[in-house]
Design a binder for this molecule. Structure first.
Ligand code: CXF
Ligand code: ZN
Length: 373
């Protein structure tokens, strides 16, 4: 018996989120159904509204960062049962494909259809319907919905004493930002690090860089509120723009520049990677994590790359391994070593997605979160 669920969808891109009632499949083999407790409002779901990120199916149900409680389990879901508390990872990780077998769990082959929003093994098979029409699930999970059904490759069981509202954030923003610094960026004790853009990702890059022992965590954002937040999460220095940050990094490194620059802007523009490359020292690393118009090309200085031996690294979910690194982040939270509660600026209802993204664009939020009844 399919479940009905209220959910926030987009009918085209550019477009706007609206709340509708969908029919949701019961879990099939390897799937669970979850009653959502909370969903983070990541900038990537807004990229669907602006059209920067184009998906392959419309309507499309948003949301890729969330937590909840299992209501139904399908066959072949060992280790999961009704009542389990879970968080979703926005990338699945099956443990069996060639990417997982070589240890690149964040690059799992099951992620190939994330922007189709169908089941991972069949681009025509969808778990959500609107009046009989297929609805794509954002990243195969769709957390902007009272209930959702997903592959266990995207689901991580968590301790029941972790507040679900804060736990939701370890599905995207926290591992993406933290991993951008500690894994993809390889920040080391004593490093000088520039974090370019302080939103839900950049703030966690700041906390990751501070955690990894960077002596200077230089946060760059034009919004005063974001710069203040960055300081609360471990930034040692804050600037409005990259020119100022680069000049400062050079001034404390005998003119060399930062060791690592992390591009965590909300909307990636063509010249951002080059700006970041100009801010680092010879042999330093730039990590590009922000999303923008995904069809756009980015001009890069071959001089910087070849003769200065600079490294330009992309990262998805901060190059973290979802099924091992997400539980680690939650253990750090439980041990008081990672801030999660403080990331949440404002709570919204499911019907307030558009309003939440308006607040985000006005620079009012680090992370808005939908809290379900
Ligand atoms: C994005 C990456 C592109 C697909 C949607 C999710 N990552 C994090 O927000
Ligand atoms: Zn996200």
């Amino acid at each position: 018996m399919p479940t009905t669920t209220r959910a926030s969808i987009i009918r085209q891109s550019p477009g706007e989120y609206e709340t509708v009632t969908l029919e949701l499949d019961d879990p099939k083999k390897g799937e669970v159904q979850v009653k959502m407790a909370a969903s983070g409002l990541c900038h990537s779901d807004d990229h669907l509204q602006t059209g920067d990120l184009q998906v392959m199916t419309y309507p499309f149900c948003g949301g890729h960062e969330g937590s909840g409680v299992i209501t139904k389990v399908g066959p072949d879901t060992p280790g999961f049962e009704e009542g389990d508390h879970v968080v979703f990872s926005f990338v699945p990780s099956c443990g069996q494909c060639s990417a997982c077998r070589r240890g690149d769990f964040n690059l799992c082959d099951k992620g190939a259809l994330l922007l189709v929003g169908s089941r991972a093994d069949d681009a025509e098979d969808f778990r959500m319907k609107l009046d009989g029409q297929n609805v794509g699930q954002m990243c195969g999970i769709s957390t902007f919905s009272e209930y959702t059904t997903a592959d266990v490759a995207s689901v991580i069981k968590i301790d029941k004493d972790i507040p679900l509202k804060s736990a939701a954030l370890v599905g995207c923003g926290v591992p993406t930002g933290f991993g951008t610094a500690v894994k993809a960026g390889g920040v080391k004790p004593g490093d000088v690090v520039i974090v370019m853009g302080i939103g839900g990702i950049g703030i966690n890059a700041v906390q990751g860089a501070a955690h990894a022992g960077a002596t200077r965590v230089i946060a760059v954002d034009p919004t005063p509120f974001k710069r203040e937040m960055a300081q609360e999460f471990g930034a040692t220095d804050v600037f409005e723009n990259m020119e100022q940050a680069t000049e400062f990094a050079q001034s404390i490194t005998e003119g060399q520049g930062a060791d690592v620059a992390l591009v965590t802007v909300g909307v990636l523009e063509a010249d951002h990677p080059a700006q970041a490359l100009a801010s680092i020292r010879k042999g330093g690393t730039v990590v590009v994590t922000g999303l923008g118009k995904m069809t756009e090309l980015t001009p890069i200085s071959a001089f910087d790359l070849t003769l200065m031996q600079k490294r330009l690294q992309g990262a998805i979910i901060g190059a973290q391994s979802p099924h091992s690194d997400i539980p680690k982040l939650l253990r750090m939270y439980q041990a008081g070593q990672l801030k999660l509660d403080e990331l949440i600026t404002k709570e919204y209802t499911l019907d307030q997605v558009t309003e939440a993204y308006k607040d985000m664009h006005e620079g009012k939020n680090i992370r808005g979160v939908i809290v379900f009844d």
